[in-house]
Design a binder for this molecule. Structure first.
Ligand code: F6P
Length: 439
């Protein structure tokens, strides 16, 4: 159970400087959408949830609101900010790099912005990746491109070497754009900074197409990714319904969380089965995939099955391998399901036209769509405000339409996933009409 103490954000110290945005912030005090320094954003947002806590509202868990502060910790004239992108690609990385740089230059007058190349590796001098000076001219139109102009990599680096590098370059705040693994790394950097008693802030901007970061509603790039994935589902549907006994099989990314599969399927209502890591399914048996798929094809002439890559891992031997971020390497569920469907139709003497689509990296290598671009820009601005105000060990996020600060320890203690008894999964079941229980 989350408590108010869990949501307290760390700070480097008292804010001694007027923000260049101070007058703008002051003018907004009467605006109902503005959240002032002393205000909090409630964790619970229904009367039932609040009443269940049976404690005064000021002691109920609440987040620090994101946004510009009238007073800031760092002196913009001397502040040096570092930016690094870590982990797998995600639409919008360049939008974030651009917006961070522009916000620092344009609104705070900070002119020392350094990009570290290839993830945390760029903070390890021995690996030879030169830092890049980020300027408005350099970031001008990078948002039109997919990927990250800074490059990225997976895997941790020694926090002590990283902090040495931050000290050497006189970095005051490091902005880490990354997912779960990167935020674990960011927290280790914060701990090392703390051990040395330094005033260097670390602020995260949560990135992952898997949308598996808790407490923040949605990670940037997710919407673009599922919208790309939905195109593969539409194509599978067209192929399947145009064939006799057509089956479209689509595998999308989503290692531990089935959000991409669920949202991509809901986007067009073309899927008949959505299989995700959070909800086990069987191949055989009356409610297993093979029997229900056969019934669906008999009734409708065709069917579409959407698989998240992490689904059904219990149906095959574990690979026993992991990637540089420490993530378990998954078995190929699509190969297992495809072979099982082909064998089943063959054994029953039924013809089958099966088309397999794997949009793969294509869903995350694209530039952000307009909605994600706006989200990226706003997250980046909120992250800069947080960094300039001396916040540290936190990520920015938007939760139920409010921008908030979330302590890193809270976002790395678990992964966000699709709740099998939640409303998203219910929507998927309503949309596909697949059996409630396929295990
Ligand atoms: O974590 C996001 C993600 O896109 C996963 O959905 C996918 O399994 C993984 O990254 C692939 O990453 P890599 O770049 O290491 O192949």
């Amino acid at each position: 159970m989350i408590t108010l103490a869990d949501l307290q954000v760390s700070s480097l110290g008292p804010c001694r400087y007027d923000s260049p945005l101070a007058s703008y912030v002051a003018d907004r005090q009467t605006n109902e959408y503005y959240v002032s320094e002393g205000d909090r954003v409630l964790y619970d947002d229904t009367i039932d949830l609040l009443e269940r806590r049976a404690e005064p509202v000021e002691r109920s868990p609440s987040f620090e609101p994101g946004g510009p502060r009238a007073r800031i910790f760092h002196d913009p004239a001397t502040t040096h900010v570092g930016v690094v992108t870590c982990g797998g690609l995600c639409p919008g990385l360049n939008d974030v790099i651009r917006a961070v740089t522009l916000e620092l230059y344009t609104h705070y007058g900070v002119t020392q912005v350094t990009g570290f190349q290839n993830g945390y590796a760029g903070l390890v001098p021995q690996l030879g990746f030169e830092p890049v000076s980020l300027t408005p001219g350099l970031v001008g139109s990078i948002n039109k491109r997919g990927g990250t102009v800074l490059g990225t990599s997976r895997g941790a680096q020694d926090p002590s070497v990283i902090v040495d590098r931050l000290v050497e370059l006189e970095i005051d705040a490091l902005i880490v754009i990354g997912g779960d693994g990167s935020m674990h790394g960011a927290h280790k950097i914060v701990e090392e900074i703390g051990r040395r008693g330094l005033a260097i802030g670390v602020v995260g901007i949560p990135k992952t197409i898997d949308n598996d970061i808790p407490h923040i509603g949605q990670s940037f790039g997710f919407a673009t990714a599922f919208s790309e994935a939905s195109k593969a589902i539409t194509a599978a549907h067209v192929e399947a319904e145009s064939a006799y006994n057509g089956v479209g099989l689509v595998k999308v990314m989503g290692r531990h969380a089935g959000f991409i599969a669920c949202y991509a399927a809901l986007a067009n209502h073309d899927a008949d089965f959505v299989l995700i890591p959070e909800v086990p399914f069987a191949l055989d048996g009356e409610n297993g995939l093979l029997r229900t798929l056969a019934r669906r094809v008999r009734a409708h002439g065709s069917a579409v099955v959407v698989l998240a890559e992490g689904a059904g891992q219990e149906l095959m031997p574990a690979t026993g391998k992991s990637d540089a971020s420490g993530n378990r390497r998954l078995g190929d569920i699509a190969a297992v399901v495809r072979a099982a469907i082909e064998k089943d139709f063959h054994d029953r003497g039924e013809p089958l036209t099966l088309k397999y689509l794997d949009p793969g990296y294509g869903i995350r290598a694209v530039p952000a769509d307009a909605a994600d671009s706006v989200y990226c820009a706003r997250l980046a601005q909120i992250a800069v405000h947080a960094a300039m105000s001396g916040r540290t060990d936190m990520v920015v996020g938007r939760r139920r339409h409010r921008f908030v600060h979330v302590p890193i320890p809270l976002v790395i203690e678990r992964r966000h996933s699709v709740a099998p008894d939640g409303d998203l999964w219910l929507s998927v079941l309503e949309s596909t009409a697949q059996p409630l229980d396929m295990s």
